[in-house]
Design a protein around this ligand. Structure first.
Ligand code: GDP
Ligand code: K
Ligand code: MG
Length: 301
C-alpha cells in the first residue's frame, strides 16, 4: 500500500431541513440527475428517497426526507416521523438551511427552531447554507460565524444547490464523516427508487407546479401498470378527495389534465431515456389523506 491510498468510505447521510430550503434540488445536483421532485411549494416530498453518490473512494447513501415542520394533519405528522426516523440509520446528518431569507430578526427566531431539531441529533452534522447565489458575498462570512455558535457542527459550507457552487466542498466534508466500508451499490446506480416510483413522483410534481393552492396536497398518484419497452407505456391514477378537486385537475375541456400528462411524460421520458406513452385517470377517494390503509399503500406509514 502506498502512503497516499485512502481507505474506501461508505455510509448513510440524512438530509434534514425545513420545507423549501432546497433538499431535493441538492440531491438532484449531487446525482447529476433528477430523482427527487422539486417545486416551489412546501411539503412536496412525502417519502424518503435515497440517492447514491459514488466517487473513486467513497459511496454516500443520501436520504432526502420530507421537510421538518410543525405538523397538524395526519399525513403531515407521518411525514415528519419519516424524516426523524431516518436519523437512526444515519452516519452523519446534512442540515440544510436557506440563508437567503435571513435578516437579523429572522435569524434569531430560526436559531430557536434549529436548536429544537439539533438537540435531538447525536450524529455529526454538516450545516449547508443553501441559496448562497441569492445573497451578497460579503454577508457569507458573518453568517457562517454566527452559525458556528448554534451547534458544534462538523463543518459549515455555503452552497448553491441550483448552480452546484460549493457542492464539491460539501461532498468532501461529508465523506470525511463516513466510516470505512464497502461499495454497497453498483457505481452507476443513482437511486434505489424504482422507475415506477420516480414516474409517480414526476406526475405529482406537475400537479404541484400547475394546480393552484391546496388541491395538490389532496392528491396521490398510483401507477396502475408500467410496461417496459420503447415506448414505455404507463397507466396511472391520480387520487383526489373531492369531486370539485377532480374538476380542477381535469380543467376546461380536459386541458389541465392534458397539460399535466404532456409535461410529466416529457420528464419521465428524459429520466428513462426512452419514449413514454402516459395515460392518466382521476379517481375521487374521500378523505384518503386520513385513511391508514391508503397511506400504507403509498409507503407513508
Ligand atoms: P425542498 O422542499 O427542501 O426539497 O426544496 P426544493 O428542492 O423542492 O426547492 C424549493 C425551491 O427552492 C425550488 O423552487 C428550487 O428551485 C429553489 N432552490 C433550491 N436550491 C436553490 C439554490 O441554491 N438557489 C436558488 N436561487 N434557488 C434554489
Ligand atoms: K419543495
Ligand atoms: Mg423535497
Amino acid at each position: 500500500l502506498s502512503a497516499s491510498s485512502a481507505p474506501y468510505r461508505s455510509g448513510v447521510v440524512t438530509i434534514l431541513g425545513a420545507p423549501n430550503v432546497g433538499k431535493s434540488t441538492l440531491l438532484n445536483q449531487l446525482l447529476q440527475q433528477k430523482i427527487a421532485i422539486v417545486t416551489p411549494k412546501a411539503q412536496t416530498t412525502r417519502n424518503r428517497i435515497m440517492g447514491i453518490v459514488t466517487g473513486p473512494d467513497f459511496q454516500i447513501l443520501l436520504l432526502d426526507t420530507p421537510g421538518l415542520h410543525a405538523a397538524k394533519e395526519e399525513i403531515n405528522r407521518r411525514m415528519v416521523k419519516i424524516a426523524l426516523a431516518s436519523l437512526a440509520d444515519a452516519d452523519a446528518v446534512l442540515f440544510l438551511v436557506d440563508c437567503s431569507v435571513w435578516n437579523h430578526d429572522k435569524r434569531i427566531s430560526k436559531a430557536e427552531e434549529y436548536a429544537g431539531y439539533l438537540k435531538k441529533i447525536t450524529k455529526p452534522v454538516v450545516l449547508a447554507l443553501n441559496k448562497q447565489d441569492l445573497i451578497p458575498q460579503q454577508q457569507l462570512l458573518p453568517i457562517m460565524d454566527w452559525c458556528r455558535t448554534l451547534h458544534p457542527f462538523a463543518s459549515v459550507v455555503p452552497v448553491s444547490a441550483l448552480s452546484g457552487q460549493g457542492v464539491d466542498v460539501l461532498l468532501a466534508e461529508l465523506v470525511t464523516l463516513l466510516p470505512e466500508g464497502p461499495q454497497y451499490y453498483p457505481e452507476d446506480l443513482p437511486t434505489d427508487a424504482t422507475e415506477r416510483f420516480i414516474a409517480a413522483e414526476i406526475i405529482r410534481e406537475k400537479i404541484f407546479l400547475l394546480i393552484r393552492k391546496e388541491v395538490p396536497y389532496s392528491t396521490a398518484v398510483v401507477i396502475d401498470s408500467f410496461e417496459e419497452g420503447d415506448p414505455a407505456v404507463i397507466r396511472a391514477t391520480i387520487m383526489v378527495e373531492r369531486d370539485s378537486q377532480k374538476g380542477i385537475l381535469v380543467g376546461q375541456k380536459g386541458k389541465m389534465l392534458a397539460t399535466i400528462r404532456q409535461s410529466a411524460a416529457a420528464d419521465i421520458a428524459q429520466v428513462l431515456d426512452r419514449r413514454v406513452r402516459l395515460h392518466l385517470w382521476i379517481k375521487v377517494s374521500k378523505d384518503w389523506t386520513e385513511n391508514t390503509a391508503i397511506l400504507r399503500d403509498l409507503g407513508l406509514v
